[in-house]
Design a protein around this ligand. Structure first.
Ligand SMILES: *Cc1c(COP(=O)(O)O)cnc(C)c1O
Length: 373
């Protein structure tokens, strides 16, 4: 029998979450962002759940080939554009749309030989200072691209640094709008956080009014709240797309003063039962999750004790006296009897975000795709 750890990808949850993005941006088309192997879920596994998107956005050319291999004929966008000139050949061959964020990428396009003019998304650095042309350089980049026979349509995009937080997006929206006012082309501004927080909500006007022809829905599709803990997935009406589940493979009864695991990082203050679960950091569970990290045992909320080791972690079984060898543990996602542990809560206990945990699901964990619909 294999180790009892398993991950589940919930296709119906992906479908539901994508519909939430569509509802929040009713006037926009939606890119389902599937970079990083669909945030660790697996491109092939999420494809059916996200196929009602208007396009797939990603950054790795091999991943774009995988999406085309699934039979997807609609748009695919390379969010970082091409990395070297010959990548443009693949763009021509597979009909990939690509971001253009720097002068080098324009140079490469200018010397690219193609029968198929490319659809490009010209990216502005409106304040994040990662990729993109400054507002001052944006117009001349547009003019240069517009003159190239290799270029078909030019869309305009930018990315927000603070859509999930108190600083918000207004400063970047103002910069973007001022520098693009008289430029034609479709606009793509919002990631998940901006789509949800500045999107259509019943009885509320979007503020500031944001024109988005395309929103880029990443994390929300996978059932993590981009602005946790301010808002949870329940607040946003999202459902976990990934469940990580295992079983108890050992039990210990601790006396006062007994310690648990490496470094004796936990010491019992009273007699207690603990369970040893078949899940460790080599499965992708965060080692930085210390004592007190939430976990469900038979659907009942419990907490971990001591350090996470490579293949195991320990759980305080006080809330579930009936738990024993083989009891089911939900590390995150959907538990039995309608119980649920959002990945965001585990991430918070480990000092990180849901994105990192889902992306880190280890290769050795068997994954099953389930579709309740
Ligand atoms: C990853 C990414 C997104 C999606 O971000 P989420 O926060 O997951 O919605 C959107 N746009 C760009 C440019 C990205 O790189």
């Amino acid at each position: 029998m294999p180790r009892p750890i398993e991950a589940f990808i919930h296709v119906d949850a992906l479908r539901h979450n994508l519909a939430r993005a569509q509802a929040a941006a009713p006037d926009a088309r939606v890119w389902a962002v599937v970079k990083a192997n669909a945030y660790g879920h697996g491109i092939e596994r999420v494809f059916d759940g996200l196929r009602s998107a208007d396009g797939f956005a990603l950054l790795d050319l091999a991943e774009a080939e995988r999406v085309r291999a699934l039979g997807w004929r609609a748009p695919i966008l390379l969010l970082e554009g091409v990395f070297e000139p010959r990548d443009l050949e693949l763009c021509s061959r597979l009909g990939l749309w690509h971001a253009v964020h720097c002068a080098e990428q324009i140079d490469w396009l200018a010397s690219h030989k193609t029968q198929q003019p490319h659809r490009v998304f010209l990216k502005m650095n409106s304040g994040m200072n990662r990729l993109g042309f400054t507002p001052e350089a944006f117009r001349s980049a547009w003019v240069r691209l517009n003159a190239l026979p290799q270029v078909d349509e030019i869309s305009l995009m930018t990315h927000f640094s603070d859509a999930d937080g108190p600083r918000g997006i207004a400063h970047q929206v103002a910069v973007f709008q001022a520098a693009t006012r008289d430029l034609p082309g479709e606009r793509s501004l919002s990631n998940s956080a901006a789509t949800l927080r500045y999107g259509a909500q019943p009885g509320q006007q979007p503020q500031p009014p944001l024109r988005n022809d395309w929103v880029r829905a990443g994390i929300l599709s996978y059932g993590s709240a981009p602005d946790f803990p301010e808002r949870s997935i329940d607040d946003w009406g999202l459902r976990p797309a990934m469940t990580l589940r295992t079983r108890l493979i050992g039990l210990q009864s601790l006396r006062i003063g007994d310690t648990v695991g490496y470094g004796s990082a936990y010491r019992a203050q009273h007699p207690m039962r603990i369970g040893i679960a078949a899940c460790g950091y080599a499965d992708g569970y965060p080692r930085h999750a210390g004592t007190g990290t939430p976990v469900l045992v038979d659907g009942v909320r419990c907490t971990t004790v001591g350090r996470v080791s490579m293949d195991m972690l320990a759980v305080d079984l006080t809330p579930v006296p009936g738990a024993g060898h083989g009891s089911e543990l939900t590390l995150w996602g959907e538990g039995p009897n309608g119980s649920r542990l959002p990945i965001d809560e585990v991430a918070q206990a480990a000092g990180t975000i849901g994105y990192e945990l889902m992306c880190a699901l280890a290769q050795r964990v068997p994954v099953r795709v389930v579709d309740a619909a």
